[in-house]
Design a protein around this ligand. Structure first.
Ligand SMILES: [Zn+2]
Length: 384
């Protein structure tokens, strides 16, 4: 089957989606996994990104041309490469987009292009399965959020991840309309009934939230809705979920997705800030051999593959150099201090450090702080 378009994925990258991608296996055929570096801090502007993407895809195009495969398969792969090219051209410069991860398997009519808020190295793979490890390195940088909005008869469950938010379920439990009942006994009965209905509704929402957590184990939970009923609702939640609550929002269950997205962004940035502070504390309590402060020590640690956590001051830009042989980062030019190889100039050496750290599965946090400024905006907690 021929694919006609490659849309940019708008939802949350769920465990279910990753499982679906991981299970695709076509022995004897080649499946295309393409990662594209779409980072404005690297390529300058949208046009720069487009040119860079085009160059990477041209290599892929040439590679496909040389493969010993059937003409049909070659045409299919070339068509898929074209679709990626079209999407890269369209989405270059989009807000928050720093990388693309594309997985195409026309024979099973499957095509995903996942927008990533972290930089990736441009690379492609042609194997009988999708290659997901570079994606996992990015996914490891963020935590999944569950969001439950609830009022007396409705609820909405969302997942939030990497700047995206997606509604997972909607719950509605009809409550008998509030009518005046003349005699006191009848009124009491009616109220009791009402309370039962609330309990039933909250129980159902809590159960659905637990099921969602079982399927997509979110690390943090945000509850929101009608302020006065939140405590009651929370008492219905399973202990596992109550322990994960990090915020309470006074917000309607009918709140627009854009509003939720904005609130989540704030919540996430506060959380990232706290995590960065935690890393900084651990770094300072660690023995000296596990501390790297300032670019020279951090670059050395990256070269030795010892970085566990990297802290980088956002919007700090230094020119630098990367060794063409061993990829060692340097602030100054001249031959590589490790291997004597020649070096290439890069406009933003800290972004380069972020890339290298991600590719070593280190955790990276951008952190604005005077403490970090004193280390020239970069520091790392080493693994050993
Ligand atoms: Zn070198």
């Amino acid at each position: 089957m021929a694919l006609h378009q490659l849309p940019l994925y708008e939802g949350v990258i769920t465990r279910r989606l990753l499982k679906q991608l991981g299970e695709v296996h076509r022995p004897g055929e080649l499946l295309l996994s393409v990662y594209l570096d779409m980072d404005p801090s690297r390529w300058g502007d949208a046009e720069g990104i487009r040119i860079a993407a085009k160059n990477s895809l041209r290599h892929l195009h040439e590679k496909i041309g040389q493969l010993p495969i059937s003409n049909g398969e070659r045409q299919r792969l070339l068509r898929e490469t074209e679709l990626i090219q079209e999407l890269a051209t369209l989405s270059a410069g989009r807000r928050g987009l720093r990388g693309l991860a594309c997985f195409l398997a026309s024979p099973v009519n499957l095509a995903y292009a996942l927008p990533l808020p972290w930089p990736v190295h441009s690379r492609y793979f042609l194997e009988d399965r999708f290659v997901l490890w570079p994606l996992h390195q990015v996914l490891d940088q963020s935590d999944l959020f569950g969001i439950v909005l609830v009022d007396k008869d409705e609820a909405r469950l969302y997942l939030g991840y990497l700047g995206q938010i997606e509604e997972m379920s909607y719950i509605f439990d009809e409550i008998p309309p509030k009518i005046r009942i003349p005699d006191a006994f009848g009124e009491l009965q009616f109220r009791r009934k009402h309370v039962e209905y609330f309990h039933h509704h909250f129980d159902r929402v809590a159960y659905n939230a637990l099921r969602l957590w079982e399927q997509e184990p979110f690390r943090y939970l945000i509850v929101g809705g009608l302020w006065e009923i939140l405590p009651q609702f929370e008492s219905h939640l399973h202990r596992y979920l109550r322990e994960r609550i990090i915020a309470r929002w006074e917000v309607s269950v009918h709140a627009a997705k854009t509003e939720l997205q904005k609130r989540l962004e704030q919540e996430e940035s506060q959380l990232l800030q706290r995590q960065a502070e935690q890393v900084w504390r651990e770094l300072n309590e660690a023995p000296p051999e596990r501390q790297a402060k300032g670019p020279e020590r951090v670059f050395r640690a990256l070269w030795e593959q010892r970085v566990g956590h990297l802290l980088v001051q956002p919007n700090t830009r230094y020119h630098g150099h990367v060794c063409t042989q061993c990829q060692r980062l340097h602030l100054s030019g001249g031959p590589c201090i490790e291997c004597g190889g020649s070096v290439n100039h890069v406009p933003d050496i800290y972004e380069e450090a972020v890339r290298v750290a991600l590719s070593q599965s280190a955790h990276v946090r951008y952190w604005n702080s005077p403490a970090l400024e004193e280390c020239d905006g970069i520091a790392a907690l080493l693994r050993y």
